[in-house]
Design a protein around this ligand. Structure first.
Ligand SMILES: [Zn+2]
Length: 229
């Protein structure tokens, strides 16, 4: 089946291999797991440059807002323009489009502390974050904060790298593992949590009443929609 980019609609992709041997070793990825994580981070649309991670997130946002179009097409819709959106950390290649929305707020990571999100209760219709939660020391607390600033019936769409064949683990006590380019390693990009098949438990423990695991392409391109009902 032809794969269509949910950001721009293009059907042409190119494969890079962005993860490196030290990360595969620290993460203890099997060859097949490394293959799909590479696909998630490095299979990129030729049209807009989005990787599968960003495309899976775009797909979740569109489903959440019940929009049957690409993300680029959605930017002019009443539904998108009328939604108050908090984007925490740049959501990959979605950011250049989201930032033009009239009710969009952006919080750069780590300047925006997910343990103390600087907005009042019930502020947003939609919260978006992408591959950020694994770098936060206490992910459940960060999700509690997302829940707090969402309006009743608001939703959160996010991605984290998920290794589907194992349970999540906290890397406390293990050697430091980093994401991002080797040349730009910073403590802010230390991995605190490696998410696995039980990723949903973090969301429900934070108070959300509903979670959907959204698959753009299984298992490498998953995103999560959580609702505050
Ligand atoms: Zn694209």
């Amino acid at each position: 089946m032809t794969m269509l980019c949910k950001v721009c609609g293009c059907d042409q992709f190119v494969q890079h291999t962005p993860i490196w041997p030290d990360l595969i070793r620290d993460w203890q990825l099997t060859p097949s797991e490394a293959e799909y994580i590479n696909e998630q981070q490095g299979t990129c649309c030729r049209g807009c440059g989005s990787n599968l991670r960003s495309i899976a997130l775009a797909s979740a946002v569109l489903q959440c807002l019940q929009l049957n179009c690409t993300l680029i097409e959605s930017i002019g819709t009443d539904r998108m323009c009328g939604s108050s959106i908090l984007e925490i950390n740049e959501a990959g290649t979605l950011h250049p489009f989201l930032k033009n929305l009239p009710k969009h707020e952006f919080g750069a990571y780590p300047e925006l502390d997910m343990h103390a999100i600087p907005y009042a209760n019930d502020s947003f219709d939609l919260i978006i974050h992408s591959d950020t939660l694994e770098h936060v020391p206490n992910p459940i607390h960060a999700l509690v904060e997302c829940y707090r600033v969402l309006k009743p019936s608001g939703s959160m769409c996010f991605t984290v790298p998920i290794v589907v064949g194992r349970m999540s683990r906290d890397r406390a006590g293990l050697s430091k593992s980093y994401h991002g380019q080797i040349s730009t390693r910073q403590d802010d990009y230390t991995v605190h949590t490696e998410f696995g098949a039980d990723v949903w438990t973090y969301v429900l423990q934070a108070g959300f009443s509903n979670i959907e695991v959204h698959s753009f392409k299984y298992p490498g391109a998953l995103s999560i929609i959580a609702r505050k009902v």
